[in-house]
Design a protein around this ligand. Sequence first.
Ligand SMILES: Nc1ncnc2c1ncn2[C@@H]1O[C@H](COP(=O)(O)OP(=O)(O)OP(=O)(O)O)[C@@H](O)[C@H]1O
Ligand SMILES: O=P(O)(O)OC[C@H]1O[C@](O)(CO)[C@@H](O)[C@@H]1O
Ligand SMILES: [Mg+2]
Length: 505
Amino acid sequence: MASSHIILPKEEEVQVEADHDSPAQRPFQAPAGEAAPANGKAALPFSATCVRISRDSYPNLRALRNASSASIHDDDAAFVKLDEGDFGYVLDDVQHFTDYIPDLQTFPNPLQDHPAYSTVKQYFVNADDTVPEKVVIQKNSPRGVHFRRAGPRQRVYFDTEEVKACIVTCGGLCPGLNTVIRELVCGLSHMYNVNEVFGIQNGYKGFYSSNYLPMTPKSVNDIHKRGGTVLGTSRGGHDTKKIVDNIQDRGINQVYIIGGDGTQKGAYEIFKEVRRRGLKVAVAGIPKTIDNDIAVIDKSFGFDTAVEEAQRAINAAHVEASSAENGIGLVKLMGRYSGFIAMYATLASRDVDCCLIPESPFYLEGPGGLFEYIDRRLKENNHMVIVVAEGAGQDLIAQSIPAADQQDASGNKLLLDVGLWLTHKIKDYCKSKKMEMTIKYIDPTYMIRAIPSNASDNVYCTLLAHSAIHGAMAGYSFTVGMVNGRHAYIPFHVSITSSISFRKH
Ligand SMILES: Nc1ncnc2c1ncn2[C@@H]1O[C@H](COP(=O)(O)OP(=O)(O)OP(=O)(O)O)[C@@H](O)[C@H]1O
Ligand SMILES: O=P(O)(O)OC[C@H]1O[C@](O)(CO)[C@@H](O)[C@@H]1O
Ligand SMILES: [Mg+2]
């Protein structure tokens, strides 16, 4: 990696304390209305003469984005590419073949001759286009961190005939997985005339333990109408060496990896190994997390669908509660470390009296406690609805139930059932007060994620898949995502660190 010097803003000039976009605060600070897409236009002209800056500048970048030092690994510094422009502009760039493979041939993008695209004016993005990570700034703020804009480039680093792509899905299910798979296969074929696309079965371990499934536009034609993933998924089983051995042996040169924070960490490991071996293999991560807990992106695909489906559970809870004397409807929704689904479902419903999320600790007894609030709402309204995210109140439960500290195959902590626990606690409390009441506990769990994506998620999935293809064809390795309303290529070290800060280990 060439580079020499850095003129980043000094740390003391960097606005860190008033960072309302910090991941831990995001559920509270970025409600729907404020998350409006930015126009993506920089306030000041882009400096065409960016200077690539040295790895020593990594701590400054960390200060710029106010990431927790615990979540940054020193190893990452070797894979960080920063370009500096005027007025504190920084491009946190993604890895490219040319960073480690010299003298690569380029090819004109086949889209320029494609009848569906060649007529569109300015179809290709400008190579210098970037997307700001933060759009809310003050008059004297530095321009801040930017990401490379996603989209088709005029020249690509693969000859069509040469491309051998594979797709894998990892982690839990999410609405839209099949749409992304479909659009990767169809996009590669229809936009870039790629004929060799393979599906990896059952997550990362499928790279080295199962046959690779040939996929064609015909074989994926209808899959977006189904929930789940036609490829299968799993937790655990990431063996970087075995995975890259197989990629290398089978001559795969584009790897599309769909999954959550754990999966993106796995994708980063694969990329590092690919680079160590000097392979011409593009690694494209497509973030999937129904919990919506990857902070750098606006919203993850499938989230809208899940929130919509959660309405059915909340409606049922409301009907049950309002049909009983002192009726309480309690709904538990997914969200391990973040309350996005619970909070958005609450905002959408308007029938919910109380929403409990992991980011905001609560307590049961005494003034300001949940019991006091229940008392009040039942007196005022005769019924109430409570929504609780599965990760809420875990510390409280641990005080009354000894935690077994179990983990799933990927090392994620298995949570205690906050819904069941709350149901018992509320019942006991009402009994102690000699208060007649009825409580109905609804836990839709997998029903909100094992469904096909809705219309808006389908569009989102399609565009994400296409952005991923354009980036891989152009020789980049990255996580693709929507940042302030624009698709961007995000470096792995960002997509994985931003989600970690949500975690409360
Ligand atoms: N630090 C890591 N390094 C390499 N691979 C990882 C790492 N963490 C997780 N993985 C792998 O990524 C895959 C998915 O991880 P995980 O089960 O945590 O789901 P996820 O991608 O975070 O999705 P979800 O949103 O469902 O949690 C697993 O195969 C796991 O082995
Ligand atoms: O039972 P599984 O498949 O591990 O998935 C449950 C977890 O997956 C998630 O949906 C994240 O994908 C969490 O909200 C939930 O805790
Ligand atoms: Mg995860």
